[in-house]
Design a protein around this ligand. Structure first.
Ligand code: ADP
Ligand code: ZN
Length: 705
């Protein structure tokens, strides 16, 4: 029998596997083997079983050894891996990286565990407190595992001493990962939730669960997880950021018990990761919760994948393999015959289109649990406000904050990340002054004499501040944008007694910090939380009755077709954050009160926004109406980008592919790298016809400026 084996060797040219032979016809796909490669034994994984020997294959070496009986990956997992390699244009080995821990894979086999038993029941000499502890513990039980003893404070060295002194005895046993079946506390769904759940249950298609904030999506997830577990299958729940998901994790611990859940996140050490991998692989976890990479958890029998907040950008991996968890989950579920549910209050335009065109089943959950009303949203036109020194605080916003302080309620103030860069804006036509080189807004800086000038960070070109707007000739130009530091200063001057928390990239170097800030808010140790993007996520604070966005449309004039969608999502998420327990209010301050994203978000009209946005995309030929590929070039970037554009255009013309091709210096990183964007019905058809040496291929890019 012939087998395709993907080895751990890094040599180029064999990253898609090599053929080996074995008389053993029972080797399954996914099996861990050792093979000889250039006179060395290397580890590998069987990715394919080739039944028939081709006549022209010769000099095929034998598989040296089968290293484990249990395949490292299941068939559906291998099929997904192969799909990833093809779709995301990467080698099988690159795709494999996300599925298995770094080699060697030898210690992925189930481990043995040590057990101890007391033989000398006399108490040890008085001085040895540690030994006494162990004797006391073991006195009343038969055998105790090392883990058990470690949990109660026993050290390895103490155990060793007691062993040599003959006080205890030791035995090695195979770890039994299959713990008892979880006892499930079934959720109590409302009528609307039950209907949604039944729709999901009946359909063979992936379901898009479109439920507004606080509609109880988590309860439906709980029911679906419970169903899978009862059938002896495993569930995977993907969340955008694991550290901000505590309340959600608690909910599932209640549901099936902590010991049946594996929480995988980026802070696990390599050792902990392996340990969890082993446990999951051997059926020791019924539910895996984690960020995008948890999709690759080695569950033996996948029953359901749930993607919470499916619209979040963190589901796209920005390193090779540059997969999107949503697309990849759809494939995995298809191969594994598992259910896929994507939940969100603000569907991505991509998913919305798929639901419209029948690829996904759309499941609506339009009301909040117990019909809590949605907060009132007030829109403040920033071009009409006389700020004085208080920019960007409008009088209505200041009044609203003061009112909350008086009532002992909390406020959350949100600033778009890019709001901290100051740009020059025309209050007449509401456009930003952009650099002719990169088409991105200039940033306003001050020279040593305090005189303002404009700088384009991507190309480095400078310009003086114009007297009039290049677009409409108005002289009503203003520098806009303010960092959180400046805003904090204004707040502490205006409200000297308010307890203020700031959450931005300066104060949050780790998601853990965000968790602590939220804890402080929840426990009532602060009045105002001021922060960037991350403030919006996972915010579930009962005493927040005011949520405000300081400058909503910073970023709107970016030449990025997803800018509007992103702002809409942020605003809608924010409106869901206020008044979870008490009636709440939302204030949106904006330079463009009439833009679709602001208007629809203010009126809680998500469907209307999505339909309009989709129409725009179809009209302009952007995803999901077309497909897009980004090529990232870092060496000799400008020249090669231009060459590639010309070459792709020529191929497109010759083959009638009707591709749109453009190139631009990358927005961040000093313009050293360049991007080439290709869009059309099938842009991938050019990839095999161009020279991609040292070029990174990004299929379905999220960042595309
Ligand atoms: P979503 O995820 O849709 O924003 P959640 O699942 O967090 O909403 O639900 C919002 C709140 O309502 C939570 O506090 C949750 O406990 C409560 N809730 C929702 N559905 C139910 C239910 N069927 N039974 C009890 N509480 C519920
Ligand atoms: Zn203008």
């Amino acid at each position: 029998m012939l087998y395709t084996v993907l080895t751990t060797s890094r040599s180029p040219g064999i990253s898609s596997g090599l053929t080996y032979e074995s008389k053993d016809e029972s080797i399954k796909e996914g099996t861990h083997v050792s093979v000889s490669l250039r006179n060395q034994l290397v580890e590998g994984i069987v990715i394919d079983v080739i039944k028939k020997k081709q006549s022209d294959t010769f000099d095929i070496k034998d598989i040296a050894e089968v290293l484990g009986n249990k395949p490292l990956l299941t068939k559906p997992q291998l099929q997904t891996l192969q799909w990833m390699s093809k779709y995301y244009f990467c080698s099988l080995r690159q795709a494999l990286r996300v599925w298995l821990p770094t080699p060697s894979w030898k210690n992925l086999a189930p481990k043995n565990e040590l057990y101890f038993k007391l033989i000398d029941h006399r108490l040890p000499p008085k001085r040895s407190f540690k030994q006494t502890l162990i004797v006391e513990y073991l006195k009343n039980i038969d055998w105790a595992s090392q883990k058990e003893l470690k949990d109660m404070g026993a050290e390895k060295s103490t155990l060793k001493t007691m062993l040599t002194k003959g006080r205890i005895t030791m035995e090695e046993r195979k770890v039994d990962y299959k713990t008892c079946k979880p006892v499930i506390e079934e959720p109590n769904l409302t009528k609307a939730q039950t209907q949604a759940y039944q729709l999901i249950n009946r359909s063979d298609k992936p379901s898009l669960l479109f439920g507004i904030t606080s509609s109880g999506k988590t309860e439906i997830y709980a029911q679906l997880i419970s169903d899978a577990v009862k059938k002896g299958k495993q569930a995977i729940l993907l969340v955008p950021e694991i550290l901000l998901t505590e309340h959600c994790i608690h909910r599932f611990e209640e549901l099936i018990g902590k010991e049946h859940i594996a929480v995988v996140h980026s802070r696990l050490t390599a050792g902990q990761r392996r340990k969890e991998w082993r446990r999951i692989h051997n059926g020791g976890a019924h539910l895996v919760i984690g960020s995008r990479s948890a999709l690759f958890a080695p569950v033996p029998n996948l029953g359901v994948v749930i993607i919470d907040e499916e619209h979040e950008w963190t589901y796209k991996n920005e390193q090779t393999p540059r997969y999107h968890a949503r697309e990849t989950a759809a494939k995995l579920c298809e191969f594994a015959k598992a259910k896929l549910i994507m939940g969100t209050a603000t569907p991505s335009v991509e998913s919305w289109a798929r639901a419209k065109f029948g690829e996904y089943q759309l499941v609506n959950l339009p009301e909040r649990y117990q019909n809590h009303p949605l907060p009132d949203v007030r829109v403040v036109d920033l071009t009409k406000v006389n700020f004085g020194k208080l920019y960007p605080f409008s009088p209505p916003l200041l009044n609203a904050i003061e009112d909350r302080l008086k009532k002992g309620e909390q406020s959350v103030l949100f600033l778009n990340r890019r709001g901290s860069a100051t740009s020059l804006m025309c209050f007449e036509c509401r456009r930003r002054i952009v650099s002719p080189e990169s088409n991105l807004p200039f940033t306003v800086h001050k020279d040593p004499q305090g005189k303002p000038y404009l700088l384009d960070h991507t190309s480095g070109i400078q310009a003086s501040v114009p007297v009039e707007c290049p677009a409409c000739k108005s002289t009503n130009l203003h520098a806009v944008g303010a960092g959180t530091q400046k805003i904090e200063d204004i707040l502490s001057k205006q409200f000297p007694n308010a307890r203020l928390l700031r959450a931005d990239s300066d104060t949050l170097t780790h998601p853990e910090h965000m968790r602590l800030l939220l804890k402080k808010m929840r426990e009532g140790h602060a009045d105002i939380l001021l922060g960037t993007q991350s403030v919006v996520k996972g915010l579930d604070l009962p005493n927040v009755t005011l949520a405000a966005v300081l400058i909503a449309d910073v970023g709107l004039s970016l030449p990025h077709f997803r800018a509007g969608e992103r702002i809409f999502q942020l605003l809608t998420q924010l409106t869901g954050r206020s008044g979870r327990a008490k009636p709440g209010e939302v204030i949106i301050q904006t330079f463009r009160p009439d833009s679709a994203e602001v208007k629809y978000a203010a009126n809680h009209q998500t469907k209307e926004f999505l339909n309009e946005e989709l129409k725009l995309r179809l009209h302009a030929g952007y995803p999901p109406a077309t497909n897009m590929i980004r090529l990232i070039i870092r060496e000799d970037a400008r020249t090669r980008a231009i060459q590639l554009v010309n070459k792709i255009k020529a191929i497109s013309n010759k083959d009638n592919l009707e591709l749109k091709v453009s190139s631009a210096p990358q927005m961040f990183g000093g313009g050293r790298s360049w991007h080439v964007l290709i869009r059309g019905v099938k842009p991938s058809s050019v990839l095999n016809k161009i020279d991609l040496k040292n070029v990174v291929v990004d299929i379905d890019p999220m960042e595309c400026v």
